[in-house]
Design a protein around this ligand. Structure first.
Ligand code: NAD
Ligand code: HSO
Ligand code: ZN
Length: 430
């Protein structure tokens, strides 16, 4: 891992370090565009040929139905079943608390305004399955969708080599009462849900993380469909001082690195000594990992920034805007008010990021590529529209009428003014 000193970094270099762009971005863009156009024109045929090309399988059906899901779900080992059940409960408890009805507000006497939640009726969930199948992502998307009350939930995930989904995905589908999983991965899944095919229904909003093709496809279909956020290759920034435990920091860096070669694991650290200890630990732990080639490539793409103190580390972190921010210090409390840009934050030496990935309750579908500057992670709100309502009574009309008339006149919009004046006249005798 390259080491930089924060105080030596000029604006240009900082921008480069915080950028997630890569030399083949344009290639990914054009390939994705091609895939989307093919799905738009050729529907299911395109999906079947991409399954052959990317997933190496000649599919006889583009989905797995309820009965087969139930059968596959029976194969789940009991320890994994119990772990999924506990994760389900915690994620459900955390997300259920987000569903709140706001109070009505009387802005002037007789003028009452309020917002009501309505679930997005048709949503599409993408569950990654390329380098690793992620049933945890199914929980993270399916639970808030159900709590929000979404009526139609379309789920896409790449097929396994046997043309099915694994027993974990099947078990989560049964837990969530979802009776179909479409065997479609990558950009083609996003295109299918955005435009619909003979088999895959069109949805109003697409959710879920994925590799660069999936994330690029979500960006490209935004003219036709809403998306949750760009949630691409995983990232972590660990901010550490001398109270950090190097072996824990190394484990956290490697946890995100093993997701994919394009993951980023950044360390901002207050001392050379801790930096050296973390590097040694990364080397040691890396050698033991089954996915060490992937993790090593990601670590080689990552770097360390030496900072003078934790506040300066936070300054860098806010510029980088990580998906996950780990405060590996006993002094984390004082840093909380300094955090502006981060998807999800993990406080202190005993809080591994993996807890949030799987089971503490928070959502793991989070903005990457510095989009944490503007987006939040997935929550129940992401599956809901908030519709505003208002009601004016006689008193309210009198109180607000002149204000609206004057403003409409100022904008030169006579019909707007008339819509008030005609009512004021109509009610003046009452
Ligand atoms: N930000 C988040 O919230 C979050 C959460 C979980 C996972 N992730 C990230 O999701 C990603 C999952 O990626 P993945 O690859 O394992 O699974 P994936 O399901 O996103 O992608 C697999 C699919 O990509 C397509 N594909 C592969 N190579 C291609 C190519 N050369 N051209 C066109 N399409 C191609 C194939 O259709 C394949 O089925 C990881 O990068 C992980 O870090 C992010
Ligand atoms: N760290 C990923 C989000 O970037 C989520 C995940 C799923 N499984 C393990 N981790
Ligand atoms: Zn993870």
């Amino acid at each position: 891992m390259k080491i930089y000193n924060f105080r030596d970094l000029n604006k240009e270099k900082l921008k480069e370090l915080c950028s997630r762009s890569s030399s083949d971005d344009n290639l990914v863009k054009s390939r994705t565009e091609e895939i989307i156009n093919n799905v738009k024109s050729n529907g299911d045929n395109a999906l079947l040929s991409y399954a052959q090309q990317f997933d190496n399988i000649a599919l006889s059906s583009l989905f797995i139905g309820q009965e087969e899901l139930a059968e596959l779900a029976k194969q789940i080992p009991s320890d994994v079943k119990s772990a999924i059940d506990i994760a389900y409960q915690n994620i459900h408890t955390f997300h259920a608390a987000q569903l709140k009805q706001e109070d009505k507000v009387e802005t002037m006497p007789g003028v009452v305004c309020w917002r009501e939640n309505r679930a997005i009726e048709r949503v599409g969930l993408y569950i990654p399955g390329g380098t690793a199948v992620l049933p945890s992502t199914f929980l993270m998307l399916g639970i808030p969708a159900k709590i929000a009350g979404c009526k139609e939930i379309v789920v896409c995930s790449p097929p396994q080599s046997d043309g099915k989904v694994n027993c974990y995905i099947a078990y989560v589908a049964t837990l969530l009462n979802i009776d179909k999983v479409y065997l479609v991965g990558g950009a083609q899944a996003v295109a299918a849900m955005a435009y619909g095919t003979e088999t895959v229904p069109q949805v109003y909003k697409i959710f879920g993380p994925g590799n660069r093709y999936v994330t690029e496809a979500k960006k490209q279909v935004q003219n036709s469909v809403a998306i949750d956020m760009p949630a691409g290759p995983s990232e972590v920034l660990v901010l550490a001082d001398d109270t950090a435990i190097p072996s824990y920091v190394a484990a956290d860096l490697l946890a995100q690195a093993e997701h994919g070669t394009d993951s980023q694991s950044i360390l901002a650290v207050t001392s050379n000594k801790t930096a050296a200890e973390v590097i040694a630990e990364v080397e040691k732990q890396l050698a033991e990992l089954p996915r060490r080639d992937i993790a090593k490539a990601a670590i080689d793409n990552s770097y360390i920034v030496l900072v003078e103190n934790l506040a300066q580390g936070m300054e860098f972190s806010n510029l980088y805007a990580p998906e996950h921010l780990i405060l590996a210090t006993e002094n984390y409390e004082a840093l909380i008010p300094l955090i502006n840009n981060a998807g999800s934050v993990f406080l202190g030496n005993l809080t591994p990021e993996s807890a949030g990935d799987y089971a503490s309750g928070t959502n793991h579908t989070l903005p990457t590529s510095a989009f944490a500057k503007a987006y939040s992670g997935v929550s129940v709100d992401t599956f809901i529209k908030k519709i505003t309502f208002q009601h004016l009574d006689n008193n309210g009309l009198k109180n607000i009428g002149q204000t609206v008339e004057v403003l409409a006149e100022a904008e030169g919009l006579q019909a707007h003014k008339n819509a008030v004046s005609i009512r004021l006249k109509g009610t003046s005798g009452q």
